[in-house]
Design a protein around this ligand. Structure first.
Ligand code: FPP
Ligand code: MG
Ligand code: MG
Length: 398
């Protein structure tokens, strides 16, 4: 049995929590407009990997053991089972916080959308072996998935995607306007849910993720050399630029939701930082593998088009490494593979080089850093599960 097989299975620890996410999100996305409901829920209808919510839950548990942060009030939890009505129709009810005025902590504010006669999980913390998931963690998990999906709805318009999660891409099915509206709506509901956590530090951190996403996409639009002299070979700056972009577009959401999860556990500053470092490194490894899979697996396996990055003019890690071996890739990168035959030639050079192996080795490096950060957490089954998630990122095929 490999190492991962000997570690705690994340599904065993938090599978029941994750199984509520899709239903809960559907409730959070009630709008009063049937079309908006359909489009904003569209990508949730195909099973995503739910890696972000999974990490939020596991970090919640892993950071719930040990000493607490000073200066933060401990989180109160009650057993109410009312649910927030976020619908546009009932706007006054969803926005009126006056009845909550007495309550400073968000776990009292969150009236779990699946609770109270809806057949969902009860509004109470989930405690296994002293590892705790609070209602605020559940809501954070949903917020991360909403932000992620919002970015995908926008991304598929920008990238002219054909498919996602084995479905026709959102704008192919519903058109650009609907895709953008639905993406904006998801972000709006995510913002409301975030505000309802009543934790200024978490609100600020998660809001900064939105800036990072846009920053990352903007960096990706431009090659580093668009402004400077053309490079003969990719230098250190080219890799640094690519990795910064990678952190911003993918790592930031993962890193900052891990950080926020530890904050909501009222964990120590050291663990909050460790959660961030874990998420940051795992996020970068995750995107490196994404960039690698674009060259190595079939469209059926991936559920979205392969070779898409070259078509979009993007020089990801496999291309940068291939370019170190084949100087003739330089002009193709500079013109974003725009001339006939460029994409096919670049594809051949990547496959004829060490590009894919080196990308995998780089992902391994980030994965190792992620696991090192886990060593700061007290031993627990949740910490083991986080290690297993990190290891599984490297072997994923979709
Ligand atoms: C997928 O990357 C896209 C992202 C990781 C981020 C997209 C972010 C934006 C469009 C900025 C706007 C953000 C918000 C929150 C509205 P990819 O295209 O490399 O991956 P893919 O192969 O899955 O399409
Ligand atoms: Mg994109
Ligand atoms: Mg895309």
């Amino acid at each position: 049995q490999d190492k991962a097989g000997r570690l705690m299975d994340p599904k065993e620890l938090v599978g029941s929590e994750l199984s509520f996410i899709t239903d809960n999100l559907a409730r959070l996305l009630e709008s009063g407009h049937p079309m908006l409901n359909t489009v904003s829920r569209y990508y949730f209808s195909a099973s995503g990997k739910h890696i972000r919510p999974l990490l939020v839950m596991l970090v919640a548990q892993a950071s719930s053991v040990g000493t607490k942060r000073q200066g933060r009030t401990s989180i109160l939890v009650d057993s109410q089972t009312e649910h927030i009505d976020y619908s546009l129709i009932d706007r006054s009810a969803s926005l009126d916080l006056s009845s909550d005025r007495e309550s400073q902590r968000s776990n009292r504010l969150i009236k779990d959308a699946t609770g109270g006669g809806h057949g969902g999980r009860p509004y109470s913390p989930h405690v296994t072996d002293g590892l705790t998931i609070l209602p605020t963690h559940r809501r954070l998990a949903e917020i991360t998935e909403m932000i992620h999906t919002s970015s995908l709805l926008h991304d598929d318009v920008i990238d002219h995607a054909e498919t996602r999660r084995g479905l026709p891409a959102v704008q192919k099915r519903f058109g650009n306007k609907m895709a953008i509206f639905a993406g904006d709506f998801l972000l709006a509901r995510a913002s409301m849910a975030l505000a309802r956590l009543r934790d200024p530090e978490v609100i600020e951190i998660m809001a900064s993720v939105l800036c990072d996403l846009v920053d990352g996409e903007f960096k990706q639009l431009k090659n580093l050399e668009d402004e400077g002299a053309p490079m003969a070979r990719p230098d250190e700056r080219a890799f640094a630029y690519y990795l910064e972009k990678t952190y911003l577009k993918t790592g930031s959401l993962i890193a900052k939701s891990c950080r926020s999860s530890a904050i909501l556990s009222n964990s120590t500053d050291d663990l909050v930082e460790a959660a961030y470092i874990y998420g940051r490194n795992l996020g970068i490894a995750f995107q490196l593998i994404d960039d690698l899979l674009d060259f190595t697996v079939s469209e059926e396996q991936l559920g979205k088009p392969v070779g898409a990055d070259l078509e979009l003019g993007l020089a990801t890690a496999p291309v940068l490494y291939a370019w170190q071996e084949y100087a003739e890739l330089g002009p193709l990168v500079a013109r974003k593979f725009a001339e006939p035959g460029d994409v096919a030639r670049a594809w051949e050079m990547v496959h004829g080089s060490q590009g894919i192996a080196r990308t995998k080795a780089l992902a391994q490096h980030y994965m190792d850093r992620a696991c090192e950060a886990l060593a700061l957490f007290p031993p627990s089954s949740a910490r083991e599960a986080l290690e297993r998630v990190a290891l599984s990122v490297l072997t994923r095929t979709k």
